[in-house]
Design a protein. Structure first.
Length: 449
């Protein structure tokens, strides 16, 4: 049965802000305390969703999480009325308030790891929400992600949503940002490439010296087991620790794959030749097309600044692919020239470049690929998705909803404002009705606030 890659983009939440929470993510650190523009951020995200939908792709979305997350503040010992809790957190622990207010669930490449039904023994699509335990503000996402996934992929005949793997450093998991499904076509069995930053249980193994390696081999193996994958279906590859130390905090900042094409920087992996040979050996029905960018063509620093590899690589039809690149790629002459050469080179199927302005998200280290969770679905499975697929009407409704509820600007000190909490809840309550996902938020259940 014909299958498609459906991108589920994260809808940017009303509390989008710049808190500098992600050590090792240079953009997040650099833009700490900048005034954010939540409305513009959400509209930029919606514009990307609409553009892909207009290109003929099936486009989905995942709803924002409730932020500030008051149950987390309560769990951390803040008491009293909600206004008192916010005031106390702002005064005594402003970083905690920023963390529980982050709109980070927008980066749905980190929401979960997904194996398609063509890969799994029970012929169901399997999802494992990522525990994201490397950063506190992201570690509180997985329960909400699980709830949203269970609301959207509710049909148990087709979908299985697991719990996150144990939330501890040994099992650090950042989801699909470190996972690529390489295949002949979306309906054929894939080689699932899992990229890890360190082997947690082996102190002798290579690991970065400066910045954290967020993904472990142990979590990759656990997820492959949960999804029922066999040895011939998976490749576990180590990310080059040297690039993590330069700010490549996820593999999707230095490599992107689609079908049988892997577009990557020569510094991306340790033991690149072995990794490529293993993928090629395990890939059924097609040869791997590696598209390598060398250091001479583009330095790692330029790759991080432009976010070239955080592009979405999408299929336009069976033979043609497009790169959806962030606007920052246009600002670099080197990257522009590289892209020109890439689309003219007939040895790879990439022959179109689409530029998207995602500056609001980019300033937190989130490019086009960070904003989407890829789910390969066949026609029957697409029919079974309960909601959250972009149509022209839903796009209009969501645009109007953002215009109505989002603030133009948000600074760190605004996070303590009780009216921001109320505005966010009003907005999200209405959103659950627009999307038809049911009451997925804690605040919608009396007693769970
Ligand atoms: N590469 C992918 N797939 N995702 C990008 C995630 C960016 C996110 N930034 C942040 O969480 C910054 C939030 C702040 O500083 O306010 C992170 O570091 O986890």
């Amino acid at each position: 049965m014909k299958a498609f890659e459906v991108n589920f983009d994260g809808l940017v939440g009303p509390t989008h802000n710049y808190a500098g929470l992600s050590y090792g993510n240079v953009a997040s650190e650099r833009h700490q305390n900048l005034i954010a523009q939540p409305r513009t951020a959400a509209l930029q995200g919606l514009t990307k969703m609409k553009a892909l939908s207009d290109m003929g792709l099936v486009q989905g979305l995942l709803p924002p999480h409730e932020r500030p997350h008051m149950p987390t503040l309560r769990a951390l010992g803040f008491t009293g009325t909600e206004a008192q809790m916010l005031a106390k957190a702002a005064q005594e622990a402003p970083t905690l308030l920023s963390a529980v207010s982050s709109a980070s669930p927008m980066w749905t490449a980190n929401a979960a790891t997904v194996s398609s039904s063509a890969d799994t023994p029970d012929r169901k699509v399997h999802f494992t929400p990522a525990n994201l335990n490397a950063k506190f503000h992201r570690s509180i996402e997985h329960p909400g992600t699980g709830r949203a996934l269970r609301a959207i992929f509710a049909n148990e005949e087709h979908f299985v949503v697991h719990n996150a793997v144990p939330s501890c450093p040994h099992f650090g998991d950042e989801g699909a940002a470190n996972h690529t499904r390489l295949c002949a076509s979306y309906d054929s069995p894939a080689v699932e490439l899992y990229v890890y930053g360190q082997i947690a249980l082996n102190a002798e193994a290579p690991r970065p010296m400066k910045y954290p390696a967020r993904q472990t081999l142990e979590s990759c193996q656990a997820i492959a087991r949960l999804h029922g994958l066999q040895e011939h279906q998976v490749v576990f590859a180590q990310q080059n620790p040297a690039v993590i130390d330069q700010g490549v905090f996820h593999n999707d900042v230095i490599a992107v794959g689609n079908r049988n094409v892997l577009f990557y920087h020569e510094e991306a992996f340790l033991n690149t030749d072995e990794v490529l040979a293993e993928i090629d050996r395990k890939l059924v029905g097609a040869d791997l097309i590696p598209v390598c960018i060398t250091n001479d063509e583009l330095s790692v620093a330029e790759a991080i600044a432009s976010y070239l590899f955080n592009s979405q690589l999408i299929s336009l039809d069976d033979d043609n692919m497009a790169l959806i690149v962030p606007k920052e790629c246009e600002d670099s002459t080197t990257v522009r020239q590289l892209l020109d050469r890439l689309v003219q080179d007939t040895s790879n199927p990439i022959n179109k470049v689409v530029v998207m302005d995602l500056k609001q998200s980019m300033r937190n280290g989130g490019g086009p690929a960070c904003l989407r969770l890829r789910v390969a679905l066949n026609e029957q499975e697409i029919q079974a998705v309960s909601n959250c697929i972009i149509t022209p009407a839903l796009f209009e409704d969501l645009t109007a909803w953002v215009e109505k509820h989002y603030r133009d600007e948000l600074a760190q000190q605004d996070l303590a404002d009780p009216s921001l909490l109320n505005e966010s809840r009003t907005a999200l309550d209405e959103l659950t009705r627009i999307l038809g996902v049911g009451s997925i938020y804690d605040f919608q259940h009396p007693g769970m606030r």
